[in-house]
Design a protein around this ligand. Structure first.
Ligand code: AMP
Ligand code: MG
Length: 354
């Protein structure tokens, strides 16, 4: 059904894990009563279970079990100073986790959640330092995905979850991609639906005087500004003093060179493509309108922004295996999902704009 890529074990040495879990056999669970109960029990026992959400697949651990949370970092090979999001299935759980819930936070909880949004609030002591990387705040998310909430309800504890990929790989949006990265490293994968949105949640910091979007996603600044009756800014400078440890990290970039064009100018793109062919590359144009380029390698990005987001990480995994130079092109957008997609593409291209 999938190929386990064993060479990753060399890149991500997992000594502690393999000693503890020799011959760890990952279970592939379905959405039936018996398997859901088992998934919840595994979480409560301190095991790691990957599960679907509407954004990307998450790698779940019991938020109240410090060792389980630490194992998440080990399983992913993720730096432990990058904090984790705590996932809940019921709005009332926010008050178990957060020390203060401001008026703005109440509005978001009431009117937006459940949604592909994460809110950052001052944390209660029950939330350990290994979750927040020592910060005084906690990131909370209630997924829109019914499958995600069923799983969280079955776990009956808040569940920390980063994306269920090895650190440095694209986030998985299907259970098969989770299996590719995590087979033999985690206890179970819940085999649910493909992720509807396809990119990570909007991260909205509500722990300071002014609300700030630390990471753009499907819930946009305009919608949030209208709701809160004040301007919600998007943090664009990753070196700013605002507390957003995650955005410091390089996000996924394909393992072949990639450039990004924001003009969607077919003549310019065709010329750039031809120049790369002359240099000896086997390039591909990853564009919204592939029919504009006859006789060239093209890959459709999806004409609508929802489609572009939905397939973004999956396309990157496919393209880097097939071609040795990616020429991506999008029309820049300043709202909602468009900002999120652009952010991921800019990072994937290493800020290499043409
Ligand atoms: P990921 O697990 O890859 O979806 O990344 C989690 C994101 O949430 C990162 O961008 C983190 O920086 C952000 N995050 C988690 N907890 C906090 C927090 N307490 N304060 C600010 N950002 C946070
Ligand atoms: Mg991630």
């Amino acid at each position: 059904m999938f190929t386990k890529i064993t060479s990753y074990d060399k890149i991500y040495p997992y000594d502690f894990w393999s000693r503890r879990h020799k011959n760890l056999k990952t279970r592939y669970l379905q959405f039936n009563k018996k398997d859901m109960a088992l998934a919840g029990e595994l979480i409560r026992r301190g095991e790691l279970v990957a599960f679907p959400t509407e954004t990307v697949y998450g790698l779940g651990a019991n938020a109240f079990d410090e060792q389980a949370v630490k194992n998440t970092y080990l399983a992913k090979g993720r730096p432990s100073d990058n904090p984790l999001i705590v996932h809940i299935w019921d709005k009332s759980q926010v008050f178990d986790i957060a020390r203060e819930v401001s008026q703005d936070a109440l509005k978001v909880i009431e009117n937006v959640m459940p949604a592909p949004i994460t809110i950052v609030l001052p944390k209660k002591d029950v939330i350990g330092d290994s979750i927040t990387a020592g910060l005084d705040t906690v990131a909370v998310r209630m997924p829109l995905s019914v499958q995600a909430r069923e799983f969280l309800h079955s776990a009956s504890v808040p569940v920390t979850a980063p994306s269920a990929n090895l650190s440095g790989r694209p986030s998985p949006t299907t259970w098969q991609r989770v299996a590719e990265d995590m087979d033999g490293r985690i206890s179970a994968v819940l085999c649910g639906d493909d992720c509807a949105v396809g990119i990570e949640s909007t991260v909205l910091d509500l722990s300071r005087d002014e609300p700030v979007i630390l990471r753009p996603g499907a819930v946009g600044a305009k919608q949030l500004s209208e709701l809160l009756g004040k301007q919600v800014k998007i943090l664009t400078d990753p070196n700013s003093k605002v507390n957003s440890p995650g955005v410091r990290y390089k996000h996924y970039a394909p393992n072949v060179p990639m450039v990004l064009d924001l003009s969607e100018d077919a003549t310019k793109l065709a010329e750039f493509y031809d120049a790369k062919v002359k240099e000896g590359y086997h390039p591909v144009l990853w564009v919204r309108f592939p029919e504009r380029f006859s006789g060239k390698n093209v890959y459709p990005m999806g004409t609508k922004i929802d489609d572009a987001a939905h397939g973004l990480y999956e396309h990157m995994r496919i393209l880097e295996r097939t071609y040795d130079f990616i020429i991506a092109s999008v029309c820049p957008s300043d709202e909602g999902l468009g900002v999120g997609v652009l952010d991921k593409l800019v990072r994937a291209s290493g800020h290499n704009l043409i």
